[in-house]
Write a protein that binds this ligand. Sequence first.
Ligand code: GLP
Length: 264
Amino acid sequence: MKVLIAEDYNEMSKKASDILFHAIVTNKKVVLGLATGGTPITTYDLLVESIKASKQSLTHVHTINLDEYVGLQSDCRHSYHRFMEEHLFQHISIPTNQTHLPNGATTDLHIECQRYEELIASHGGIDLQLLGIGKNGHIGFNEPGTSFLTNTHIVNLTPSTIKANARFFSSIDEVPKQAITMGISTIMKSKCILLLASGKSKATAIKELLEGQITEKCPATILQKHPDLIVVADKDALSEVKEDTLEKLGKVQNELFFTKTTFS
Ligand code: GLP
């Protein structure tokens, strides 16, 4: 594990976007696992800027998103499909047939889960998986108590996640109660994981991730076992973590180390 410390949200976003851009530039084919939520928004803005400034071709880039709400059509303004369009896809030119999200509007959700696993396998797995983290330690939509052995599956969202995500909807009643998400096992198979966290509201989850016992009660703790995990967090998100822990885990001052990750 490597922990990259940022002053604040903007610096976290810059470091994360530099890592993503590096992965795009240095690979002949790259499969990016992408995430939604408030955390990666500026990362995507900065990535768009870097891609435009360098006129980088994206024909070799494939994207596979972590999750989607159940019951929302892809063009619904609250869907994760729309989120990805608005924050990334419409600004750059990844071929449309190379961008993938789960279809939460299908009538057979179980077949959709299987299809999604097969889709990931048919791409040779995910090279770099971007993750945020929920206040309760959820990753993707894998809520506390989810088995570490899960593949892509349907979840019932917890009241705390529904409440946290209500800020993107007009009212809490509009937040879907279910989602389709890559499972913990799916996420763990990614060759490299880049987890982002910003702000005091994530401090307890980040402390658990870095210092806690590995337990299904806090899904993110399983990431301690991943062979190539990069955590980019700002000082507020790291405020409950002991300095000793950061030294032990391999605190790094800048993103140059990234040239040595396993999949590049
Ligand atoms: C949602 C998403 C997660 C995301 C988490 C944190 O539940 N499914 O992928 O990491 O919320 O969101 P935010 O970045 O807005 O704090």
